[in-house]
Design a binder for this molecule. Structure first.
Ligand SMILES: O=c1ccn([C@H]2C[C@H](O)[C@@H](COP(=O)(O)OP(=O)(O)OP(=O)(O)O)O2)c(=O)[nH]1
Ligand SMILES: [Mg+2]
Length: 152
């Protein structure tokens, strides 16, 4: 199912020099986000930097959000992941989409203008209304967690 999401172009190069985010294949879950840069950025080993995308979206529906995730090739081969591990875009956020990139690798990584540096996935959200109770209805797990059931 496709859903219309309002998008604003903040940098005139978006839509010409740098393509708008688009699904690469009909089955893609993620839209690649590009670094909207004037010049390449050298990200030294261990360094984190915040990159602009030149775009803003307004999701405008509390039952939707977007998450920004690493690209697996960048993360696995180059150690370039996200400084916040996962970015969460609230449905009422109207500012520029920013990507925090962290070079957790051992070597400098050069980010070129327009490079696809992360991906964004729209996800359904349910906002909870808390129902205060003294005791929960019993469940099979109860309070067991954190490896409670062993490793095999
Ligand atoms: O990778 C990210 C993460 C967040 N945001 C924007 C959208 C999001 O709605 C807003 C706030 O993010 P979050 O709530 O995770 O950050 P915070 O540190 O709690 O900031 P705030 O006090 O503004 O909520 O920042 C991005 O552009 N990129
Ligand atoms: Mg917040």
């Amino acid at each position: 199912m496709m859903k219309k999401i309002d998008i604003k172009i903040l940098d005139p190069r978006i839509g010409s020099t740098f393509p708008l985010p688009a699904y690469a294949t009909p089955g893609s879950a993620g839209l690649d986000l590009r670094a909207c840069l004037d010049a390449s950025v050298e990200l030294e080993a261990g360094e984190t930097t915040l990159l602009p995308t030149g775009l803003a979206i307004h999701i405008g529906d509390a039952n939707l959000a977007a998450v920004i995730l690493p690209r697996s090739g960048l993360g696995h081969k180059h150690g370039v992941v996200l400084g916040n591990l996962v970015g969460l875009i609230d449905s009422d956020y109207q500012g520029q989409l920013m990507v925090s990139v962290w070079n957790r690798g051992q070597t400098t990584f050069i980010i070129e203008p327009g490079e696809r540096i992360a991906q964004m996935v729209f996800v359904p959200v349910i906002q909870a209304e808390f129902n205060l109770v003294e005791d929960f209805d019993a469940s099979e797990r109860g309070e067991g967690g954190f490896g409670h059931s062993g490793r095999q």
